[in-house]
Design a protein around this ligand. Sequence first.
Ligand SMILES: [Fe+2]
Ligand SMILES: [Fe+2]
Length: 354
Amino acid sequence: MNNLTRRSFIKGAGALLAGGALPISLVELAFARPSQSFVFAYISDSHIQQIKGDEFVRNFDRGLIRAVAEANLMDPRPDFVLYGGDIAQIGTKAEIDHGLEIMSALRYKTRYVMGEHDYYLDLGEYWESQLGPQYYSFDHKGVHFVVLNSILTYDDWTHDRWSSGEERMSVMAGLDNPNGSPFMVGEKQRRWLKEDLKKISKDTPLVVLSHSPLQKIYRGWNFWTEDADEVQALLKPFNKVTVLYGHVHQIQYNQIGNISFNSAMATAWPWPYPTSYRQAARHVPKLTVRMNRADPFFERDATGWQFINLDNGDVDVHYSLTDNTPRTVAFSKEQGRPEDTGYQTRTIPPQKHY
Ligand SMILES: [Fe+2]
Ligand SMILES: [Fe+2]
């Protein structure tokens, strides 16, 4: 389904509703592929935020509700849904419950990744009671998936300097707050990962889910994982690895050796590109070409959700923007890296508003 766009999917869904049948081409594509080809949906960073009582920030609710509704319309059906972290803003029971209630409308099995906004109030206790372990792995149609909690940090920062979980969360939740501490996977989880991967043959496609990028993009905003190099070293022996991450609320893609990196958009709001991408060029891996910034006049610009097709280890991410043209970042066999061919050759000038 490499060439399908979100529009085709939704059109397919429309045809299904209107005419009771899928277009032939969709049916052929859906069933003619070998077992390692399938589609899943990816939703991330909804930041559900309580105002008081049963009042929640409406805009963030709406972003998630829309993503869930669109995922339910996908045809062919996704095999499952992944949620990339930060379902809550400050990680309270009320916020997590409200987010999960919206997510419960999904018709597919859903798995979750831990975000720092879910974690630093109670160190993931309530999240874990609702969603299970903070890191785990599973297999699906010949692909090995690993979910990591990449937003841990140094023990003394986590445990020794706060009078309450609320205080700790308020500091970690400030993206560019210099009192934050770098994210990391940590030694315990890396040991677990090493053991987990021992069972997997080197030609099995690997997909690794984390909240922060498992690469070092920009430390000031924790677009960064402190032990990314160590994690990458564990992934290096495998022929085909893709890391999918949330947290950055923008489209990013990159290739480091055998590892492709793709980010997810948020359903809540877009982060701008850090000016330091330019100021501190040394922090920037050979990343993406510079992309258009979110339009600040357009409330939901650059937010949305993703569907992902995986074809024998090659991952294509289709970005469904809430209020803008869909984008696709597809793995190019020729270039050996993810590419956004629609945007790599042109930029769109700033738009006028009246
Ligand atoms: Fe986030
Ligand atoms: Fe985050």
